[in-house]
Design a protein around this ligand. Sequence first.
Ligand SMILES: [Zn+2]
Length: 439
Amino acid sequence: MNLLIENIRIFTNTPDTEILPAQSLAVENDLIKETGSAVALRAKYAGFEKLDGQGKLLMPGWINPHMHFYGTFARGMALQKAPQGFKEILEQLWWKLDKALDAESVYYSALIPAITAIKSGVTSVVDHHASPNAIDGSLDRIQQALEITGLRGVLCYEVSDRDGLQKAKAGLAENERYLRKTEKEAGLYRGMIGLHAAFTLSDETLAAAADLGKRTKTGFHIHLAEGKEDDARPQYGISATERLQKAGILNRQTIAAHAIHISEADRAILKSTDTMVVHNPQSNMNNAVGRADLFNLLGDGILTGLGTDGMSVSLFGDMRAANLIHKHDLQDSRAGWTEVQKMVLQNNATIYERVGGVRLGKIAPGLTADLILVDYFPPTPLNCENIWGHILFGIADAPVDTTIINGKIVMRDKKILTADEKEAAAKAREFAQRVWDKI
Ligand SMILES: [Zn+2]
């Protein structure tokens, strides 16, 4: 579809960031063509479908580089007792929930956050999936849910030895099958090789994963040192980071989520292997596992982004949490302002580009047209120097009006055009109840 979006204020998020008032933007097929004055672009793109932006703010869609769609069914789930500590949270909540998922519940647990993503302006998600009793084809089911809504994604299956070698092998096979499939399709979806975390992976499985990575030239998506429990020293005499490096898991296409309990030597490994890190502060606070040292990660030049770890699919909660947690812990009111801005506005797009093979996150000619139109009419002056303050304290609360992914309008006037939200929720409730009954 060719689209001419008119009567908009544009936040380009380019290195020479600009806020362009009273502009138009032309989208040709899946790419941004150009920005310019209404008169000039009307003359040039006379045949394009017109969309009146009504003076709203047009900006790139948000990118979530660490998410667990299946976490949807944890919402409101009763636990027999409150889990204490990271290991109990895994054992009593997540590892019970993922075991109870079948193929249909995988689909509905992904469909709901896919709809929410579009409503909250998230246009690309890197997901990490687990369903040990429904492994084969699970990534296809997630892709189908994303396809219906139009959301872009990078998917993987979380391989682990916690349920035995057969499940680990099946997980690797699912990653490989999906990687090969998306390679052929060349669409909005890509695969990675998912791994749970070093402490639930045997040497054999890590070696098989590394071999798959080499054969398919693909990176890994793994949790690293989220809790103190993810430490290889007691068993192997080396840190989890060292163990993953030795196994050949860390490289410039690998995402290590969390990286909280790591040393300076571990950081040097992440830097030398150019491994990416994703910070998820809301989840970290919820699990009471600590706080990543953003300042040294970024200071060392490690590509660090901001994700949500399944707490929500929208990025706003974690943006605000990231802005607060470091100030609070360090009792330093300056901490995190520029760092979190860089992670959200620059690094998340670079991470997605590496794993998703698509250029997005900015409004510039030739970049992919993943765009959102926000009901944000700034009550104070808005310029390129103060945009982050407007994002954190204004845009985060402003309704997203229109979401465009790959040049296609998937939400207009706050109405999802691609899926029936109420019907999806009704079906999801039905499957969530079945999943809970199993637990
Ligand atoms: Zn996670």
